[in-house]
Design a binder for this molecule. Structure first.
Ligand code: FE2
Length: 349
């Protein structure tokens, strides 16, 4: 097969333009089993019930900033066909094993404290076309904005947008989280359960959320494809292991397009150990600069002083975050120069 034949899909109509694939030498370029995302076929377009941050007791002025959504009740976002495709990719696409498998237990970066049989696939949309298309699809994004009422946008930072948690076997401690209590770096998390599971499983596998008063709310997944979208940056949450099934969850980190809302995104040691640190930082830097360019253009066009000051204040906060992240990366490079997880770029961009 010639190089051109191999890369034929890059120019075919199947290769959605929005997926922005720029590396024709990526092993992911020929879609695994020729799976392609089709919004009409793969998204149910159901509308979930919502719980606001106020409903969960987060009512202080600081907590009320950056949107109203607390979380959605579980709802089936993906059709059975899409769930079957995602699961097949998780289990059988060899590229995931080669390029996406990271186990944070190896290093002292225990932010999620996985139990023994649970690990993460990172940057799946960096190597698999179906995930790439799904998590950059403008129709899917517009639908998520509509049902949540929030200006959610799909990040180009595929290391965050296509994180998946995979349980391989029953965990030793069934009553303890296999993804420990935490808040997210990403503004919103979309947790899509794609486990091979019995209908209405008795117990286990829930996402637990903490109300301001400490009360715990379990969000139970009853069917494969069931999903919760949570304002993970505000609300503490954890994942429980499946009991009579192995839990497999796409945990997509999502951003916001509103440039006045604080974008919390931070690049730190978790990202550097659990991924290709240079590729991650290149993506992260690109994303931050693109946002800054948009903010500068808006500042120049904004004639209202109050609104300009609000935006400028947010830019300063985000710049501080950006500066800390780059310093953290430089320290990582200095201290672990032989262990950066970085090789020739195999990812789709
Ligand atoms: Fe999370």
């Amino acid at each position: 097969m010639s190089e051109n034949d191999k890369n034929e899909l890059l120019s075919s109509p199947n290769h959605h333009e929005w997926a922005k694939i720029t590396n024709p030498n990526s092993p992911g370029v020929n879609s695994f089993k020729n799976y392609h995302w089709d919004f009409e076929k793969h998204c149910t377009q159901e509308t979930p019930k919502l719980l606001s941050k106020t409903d969960l007791g987060y009512t202080s002025p600081e907590e009320q900033k950056n949107g109203n959504l607390g979380m959605t009740h579980p709802f089936k976002i993906l059709t059975d066909e899409a769930v079957a495709i995602c699961r097949d990719i998780m289990k059988n696409d060899e590229n995931l094993k080669k390029y996406c498998a990271f186990n944070e237990l190896e290093h002292d970066v225990m932010s999620h404290r996985h139990q023994e049989n649970t690990y993460a696939y990172r940057n799946v949309a960096g190597i698999n076309i179906f995930f790439r298309e799904m998590l950059s699809c403008k129709k899917f994004e517009a639908y998520i904005r509509k049902i949540t009422g929030e200006p959610i946008e799909f990040w180009e930072l595929t290391w965050q947008s296509s994180h998946c948690n995979i349980q391989l076997a029953a965990e030793k401690f069934e009553e303890q989280p296999n993804i420990d209590w935490h808040t997210d770096v990403a503004q919103y998390a979309m947790l899509i359960n794609i486990s091979d599971m019995p209908e209405n499983p008795e117990e286990g596998g829930e996402t637990l959320l903490k109300k301001k008063n400490g009360e715990i709310i379990p969000m139970k997944y009853n069917t494969p494809g069931d999903t919760t979208i949570v304002s993970g940056v505000h609300i503490e949450h954890c994942g429980m292991p499946g009991k009579n099934y192995n839990k497999m969850v796409i945990a997509a980190g999502l951003g916001v397009s509103d440039t006045k809302r604080y974008m919390n995104q931070f690049a730190g040691v978790y990202a550097f150990w659990n991924g290709d640190s240079v590729h991650y930082t290149r993506q992260y830097t690109g994303m931050c600069i693109k946002r800054l360019e948009k903010q500068v253009a808006e500042l120049a066009a904004d004639e209202d002083k109050k609104s300009r000051e609000e935006l400028a204040g947010n830019v300063m906060k985000e710049l501080a975050n950006f500066k800390n992240s780059l310093n953290c990366f430089y320290d990582h490079v200095k201290n672990h120069r032989d262990d950066l997880n970085t090789e020739e770029n195999k990812f789709l961009s």
